[in-house]
Ligand binder design. Sequence first.
Ligand code: CU
Length: 458
Amino acid sequence: MLRRDFLKVSAASAATAFAVSGRAQAAAIPEAATMKDPATQMPYVPTTGPDYNPVVTLNGWTLPWRMNGDWKEFHLVAEPVVREIAPGMKAYLWGYNGQSPGPTIEAVEGDKVRIYVTNKLPEHTAVHWHGQRLPNGMDGVGGLTQPAIKPGQTFVYEFQLRRAGTFMYHPHADEMVQMAMGMMGMFVVHPKDPAERRVDRDYCFLLNAFDIEAGSYVPKINTMLDFNLWTWNSRAFPGVDPLIAAKGDRMRVRIGNLTMTNHPIHIHGHEFTVTGTDGGWVPPGSAWPEVTVDIAVGQMRSIEFAADEPGDWAMHCHKSHHTMNAMGHTVKTYIGVKLGDIQKKIAKTAPGYMAMGDKGMADMGSMEMPLPDNTLPMMTGFAQFGPIEMGGMFSVLKVREGLASGDYKDPGWFKHPEGTVARLVETEPAAPPRQGRVDPKAAPAKYRVVKPTKMKHE
Ligand SMILES: [Cu+2]
């Protein structure tokens, strides 16, 4: 699955004391794996070194490593990449090893890691290991703790992993631009004892955001707040894979936020506890139950729950504009307006004009709207009962009975036991929906249920 490139470092490219230079050293650098597929890859099971229960990176993958003496060696390549945000839309981003976000780095508490970083970007970079305890000179802040890595250079970072937990990596050089372009990745450190804090399925992903104008491919790099694509690991719904659980599984989801705003992440049907923060594990006695956890900018949160309710459970950011894809901020509100033939009149001077949403915007979930090339519908996605009308930071937690432990395949839509789906009741014909302003003096419409259908219990 992994297409491996052999690194070609020019002997002339390295200049500073920290840079790796010369053909002899270049030959000693591990090959840089690269990934073309935006689908969730299977966990990277360790074959050497200490044992651990590997994570599954949502719509991502784990960076292969090799042991060299007692060092675990990794090789990241910072480079321009093409990322499919969802079927029908690609973005020209910057990332690592063929993808944005970069591959997840996984290792074990106590490991000595040696991470080579090759810069194939058109400008300098540096990699900061967000949340790690390490020697100051390994912290990856260009100018402050090291010279920046110039285009064509390879630097090496060496440190020992002093604590287990969920971390991230991202540039700390021309940071606003490089993060707006998609440069970031997860860094998971497992406990030394694989039995400690063990779960059955351990998912991770980053919250990120882009500002990509409809019909274009390159994110705007000077956007501060008005991002228009809200993504999990640089994927927008319906491009986000479902999270799969066997009924009874102990689940962990590790989430890091590298957008410029907070995201209240909500899971339906289950309570979870926050078991890890940026600072490490939450002592079990201090963990409290939630159904929504707010993740602030620069934070990481690990949440855990027992997947004990079979079904297709929505999981999403609770900011409702974050579960939509690129939308015009100038769309007018027409709810309650009698549009009549205004639309036809405007269309005469502006062909193709559509006055949107005189009854709401739900029509957009099912309509085939003419869209510019390389643009995702604002609300989209279909399931067994119709349009889901979502986009952006949305996925589905699929809990099923009898899944094998390593089975991460999408099991399809949930088959609900008879009598357990919200259903239509027979009523007298309801008053027609009101358009226009509500007259406060008007009598309320009468809705009388004449024959409730009986609930069938097995
Ligand atoms: Cu959000």
